[in-house]
Design a protein around this ligand. Structure first.
Ligand code: NAP
Length: 247
């Protein structure tokens, strides 16, 4: 049995490490980030070319099942995988880490809504952690932005007043607290990415009285099987392996 593991997350790397070499896998990365953290085992890099490209790739590479462990906001890839797996009748699992508790946050549905809220409330010192593609809605803002990204955003989308902080998590509480305090941040804008690696900013914001604007996750496609942990994904693969060898 050969499994395509859609990755680009810590969970995908952890799952690859649990499955390889006992289980035949191919991990897939989008190729957006230069020098990406690579999972163990075979890796392919780059888009498939939409639904048609993915369907062809799965056939050409004799894939028997797909585990989608992409980021919870990688909605296009997740939708493509769900659609093609139904069409080809392939076992398909989504591994999506649990969302953060957003009780204390201002919840919004999109980065555009987040920008509208920040502007309407007159915040002046914004910590923006929504990734390079999440900067554009803030371009015309007069506020000052600390923009933390893995790869630099395009120059034309940057707001007038900003500093770009190039870095990659994980981030600890003390550093996050110092960053927010020293930059006099009054609002933190984040996706509800979930996971422990970038969660410390929420506690730091809470302790400093900084408002948190949290963008809700896009919904999963209808009728997909989803689990929230690497352990559950490993168990799913083991059951699949068992049923394929007994069948
Ligand atoms: P997306 O909007 O859902 O996908 C856009 C296109 O990128 C897809 O249609 C596909 O191209 C390609 N793609 C995405 N993930 C891929 C993968 N694992 N392997 C091969 N092609 C992939 O995805 P995104 O939000 O840009 O995320 C891109 C990658 O970054 C994903 O691997 C994701 O796990 C990771 N990531 C995303 C975020 C985030 O906030 N969105 C954060 C951290 C990491 P084709 O249509 O050509 O197949």
């Amino acid at each position: 049995m050969r499994i395509l593991l859609l990755g680009g997350t810590g969970e995908a790397r952890a799952l690859a490490a649990r499955l390889h070499p006992g289980q035949e896998i191919v991990s897939s990365l989008a190729g957006r980030v230069p020098d990406p953290a690579l999972p163990v085992g075979p890796v392919r890099i780059g888009g498939f070319g939409g639904v048609d490209g993915l369907r062809q790739w799965l056939r050409d590479n004799d894939i028997d099942a797909v585990v989608d462990a992409t980021h919870p906001f990688a909605a296009t890839m997740t939708a493509h995988a769900a659609q093609v797996c139904v069409e080809l009748d392939l076992p398909h699992l989504v591994l999506s880490r649990p969302a953060w508790d957003a009780t204390d946050a201002v919840r919004v549905a999109s980065d555009i809504e987040a920008a509208e809220f920040v502007s309407a409330q007159g915040f002046s010192r914004v910590f923006l952690t929504t990734g390079r593609s999440g900067v554009k809605p803030f371009t015309d803002s007069d506020a000052w932005f600390l923009i933390r990204v893995v790869t630099p955003p395009d120059a034309e989308v940057l707001p007038r007043n900003h500093e770009v902080l190039l870095s990659r998590g994980p981030y600890g509480y003390d550093d996050e607290y110092t960053l927010l305090r020293d930059n006099k941040i009054d609002v933190l804008v984040t996706k509800n990415s979930g996971g422990a690696l970038t969660e410390a900013k929420l506690q730091a914001a809470h302790d400093l009285g900084v408002t948190v604007v949290m963008i809700d996750r896009p919904p999963l496609p209808a009728r997909v099987t989803a689990v929230g942990s690497v352990d559950e994904a490993v168990a799913w693969v083991a059951r699949l392996q068992q049923s394929s060898s007994s069948g």
